[in-house]
Design a protein around this ligand. Structure first.
Ligand code: SAM
Length: 264
């Protein structure tokens, strides 16, 4: 598994935060403002999804592109292309059906919508604000005729979706903002919506030290724990080594249904 920098850092520790602040004094103000906002939102929203939906509402009101993690238009386009090129280079084909979990404002989604047949892209997200921004991107790109689904959800049980429908399920930069119970729920239910021979790709913030989170916004996981979690749900999970070569801070795992269990 290729090496990345900061793989053992515990960003939640006081020591790390003090050292980081000394290296980046200009980021202390924004960090304190974000901490105060997150504390207020945590007090007023009981469960993680409600809390994170409020974070997205606040971030999207300022700038939808930043809300999905891109500091400018150039980076937003590049991050979308990176996802698109990787997935089309690793199995996604026209004629297939795709479920994009946490589709955001279609940073990559608009490219998938353009590439796939009408109606075959299904984006879900917990944030109504980012879905409104997604519809704006869709119309700006002139992709109305592709009739994608853009649906609000509160959980990842997929109970409103048909069985064995999607060839590709995709979640980019979603588990990096998700506590273990959200990932567990997703892995518990994804097999039901995966078509025979289908796969589920997700990215995550990787640590080789202790698993931790920062402000319950950013979560860091050990690869072997996510692979073991997938296996507990009867799934195969593979670390995607070649994704590591790309200029992206997260890592990627591909989940498949073992052959013996695959439903015809
Ligand atoms: C960093 S953005 C990435 C958006 C998109 N995947 C992309 O790469 O442009 C994370 C998105 O996931 C959504 N999200 C976070 N937790 C989620 C969950 N449990 N279920 C569905 N969407 C979620 C957020 O609202 C946000 O739109």
């Amino acid at each position: 598994m290729p090496k990345r920098t900061s793989l053992t850092a515990d960003r939640s520790s006081l020591r790390h935060r003090i050292r980081y602040a000394m290296r980046h004094p200009e980021r202390i103000g924004p960090y304190l403002r974000r901490s105060a906002r997150d504390m207020r939102l945590r007090l007023t929203h009981r469960d993680h999804v409600s809390y994170y939906r409020a974070v997205m509402a606040s971030d999207t009101a300022r700038d939808p592109r930043r809300a999905v993690g891109s500091r400018n238009e150039k980076r937003w386009l590049a991050l979308g292309r990176m996802q698109f090129d990787y997935l089309t280079g690793h199995g996604l084909k026209p004629g297939q059906r795709m479920l994009d979990i946490g589709c955001g404002n279609l940073r990559a989604g608009w490219r998938f919508i353009e590439y796939l047949d009408p109606g075959d892209y299904y984006g879900i997200d917990i944030s109504p604000d980012i879905l409104i921004a997604a519809k704006k991107v869709l119309s700006e790109r002139g992709l109305q005729h592709k009739l994608p689904h853009l649906t609000l959800t509160h959980d990842l049980t997929f109970d409103f979706l048909p069985e064995h429908h999607f060839d590709v399920v995709h979640a980019h930069s979603v588990f990096s903002h998700s506590p273990p119970q959200v990932i567990d729920e997703c892995l518990a239910h994804v097999e039901r919506v995966l078509a025979p021979g289908g796969f589920f790709d997700f990215t995550f913030d990787r640590t080789e030290g202790a698993e931790h989170h920062v402000l319950r916004e950013d979560f860091y996981y050990r690869t072997e724990n996510l692979i073991a979690l997938a296996e507990r749900h009867g799934l195969n999970a593979e670390f995607m080594d070649d994704w590591e070569e790309l200029p992206h801070g997260q890592s990627k795992i591909r989940v498949t249904v073992p052959e013996r269990d695959a439903k015809a």
